[in-house]
Design a protein around this ligand. Structure first.
Ligand code: PSV
Ligand code: MN
Length: 387
């Protein structure tokens, strides 16, 4: 008998996780970016690679774009995605690679530079119209490095004003998600450092503006699952950027650094009605600096699936009973029992029953795809951070 009941299996079958196009390009640190044979040279090849992840897992039907890195003929790109069994997802804006934005973009003192950043977001919305994407994701590098450098209050006011203009341009079926990050590239303050600031900014806009929670964007020791609970409670958790970190914004494979934290986060998602809820998008935001990118993404979506399966196994009735009776150790034991359950054999069997490989990592490795792209993709410039 399987460890999963019919409700668990229905939830697992519905799960979808959006992949970031930039995970398929080369990436690295400020010290070195290593190239890999077969790395995509354009957005079409990135989408082909992303489609491999979905093909072996049935978990990743959509791919997020980054503008201008993925600028292309979007009608053709959309058709290419659909031919490969995936669709185009969230559009990410980029106001962090232009000299004009040295002192900010949507918060800049200079109205002309703010307008340039707003116009970039309008262009992103045009892309969303062409691709059929629902979400515009905004992550800002805005902030300051030294105390006294900037008028933090004025910047909040200008941010709200800029966001209002962008929000007003969204179509009725489109949303904005505002991501927060407590430091980097600014080291003293960032203009959207935490969930509270993001919440305050989006709450003032309207229903279709939500918070994006990137798991790597918190100070060490932060209780992220509490934030998940609170945002779900407030109806403002729009999306996740999943990744993991040991130190700062490491962008490592989700669940690699702290599987228990991922379990706790997903438990709160389930508890708050956020699992398979279209309002709460699951996305990855990762870079594969030294490992192969496609298997890195397959490993990532499987990690999310495995932790979802474990979190679904929490005996909620027993947990509630223990909580209500004040039985601390019993409540904790119920929680930990689910966390310590090895769901991998049951998931493998279930995958096979659905016509998927029991072991997607092994099946992809055996497919020869990496060798094929290494042979085929000769010449051109490999995509990387910035293209
Ligand atoms: C920079 O920290 C970042 O990783 C943000 O998390 C964004 O989501 C991502 O870049 C793409 O712009
Ligand atoms: Mn992110």
């Amino acid at each position: 008998m399987s460890i999963f009941n019919a409700d668990h299996l229905a939830a697992l079958a519905q799960q979808s996780i959006e992949l970031p196009s930039w995970a398929f390009g080369n990436s690295g640190t400020r010290f070195k970016v290593y190239g890999t044979p077969g790395t995509p040279r354009d957005p079409f090849e990135k989408i082909s690679d992303a489609a491999q992840v979905h093909r072996y897992t049935a978990l990743a039907p959509t791919v997020a774009l980054h503008i201008p890195w993925d600028l292309s003929d979007f009608t053709a790109l959309r058709a290419h995605a659909e031919d490969n069994g995936v669709t185009l997802g969230t559009v990410n804006s980029n106001t962090f690679q232009d000299d004009d934005y040295k002192f900010g973009a949507l918060t800049h003192e200079d109205a002309a530079i703010r307008q340039k950043a707003i116009d970039h977001h309008f262009a992103c919305i045009d892309v969303m119209d062409a691709t059929g994407s629902r979400d515009l994701k905004i992550w800002l590098a805005d902030g300051s490095n030294y105390p006294g450098q900037a008028d933090m209050r004025g910047r909040q006011d200008r941010l709200q004003d800029s966001l209002q203009k962008i929000y007003a341009r969204l179509g009725d079926a489109q949303r904005m998600v505002l991501e927060y990050k407590f430091f980097e590239p600014s080291f003293y303050h960032t203009d959207v450092p935490d969930w509270g600031t993001s919440y305050a900014q989006v709450a003032a806009l309207g229903e279709r503006a939500m918070v994006c929670l990137d798991t790597g964007h918190h100070a060490p020791g932060t209780n992220i699952e509490f934030i998940v609970m609170q945002l779900l409670r407030l109806g403002k958790l729009g999306s996740f950027d999943f990744n993991s970190r040991f130190y700062a914004d490491d962008d490592l494979i989700v669940g690699a650094a702290d599987p228990f934290q991922l379990f706790r986060i997903i438990f709160e998602v389930i508890r708050g009605g956020g699992l398979n809820n279209p309002d709460v998008a699951f996305m990855l935001d990762q870079c594969h600096n030294v490992e192969d990118k496609i298997p890195g993404q397959i490993r990532s979506v499987l990690n999310v699936q495995e932790m979802t399966a474990r979190a679904l196994l929490v005996d909620r009735e027993a947990l509630t009973a223990a909580q209500r009776s004040g039985d601390v150790l019993a409540a904790n034991a119920v929680f930990m029992d689910a966390f310590y359950t090895d769901v991998r054999p049951a998931l493998a069997e279930w995958r096979e029953g659905r016509g998927l490989p029991a072991d997607p990592m092994a099946a992809f490795a055996a497919s020869g795809y990496l060798q094929k792209i290494a042979d085929d993709r000769v010449g051109g410039v490999q995509a990387g951070w910035g293209a």
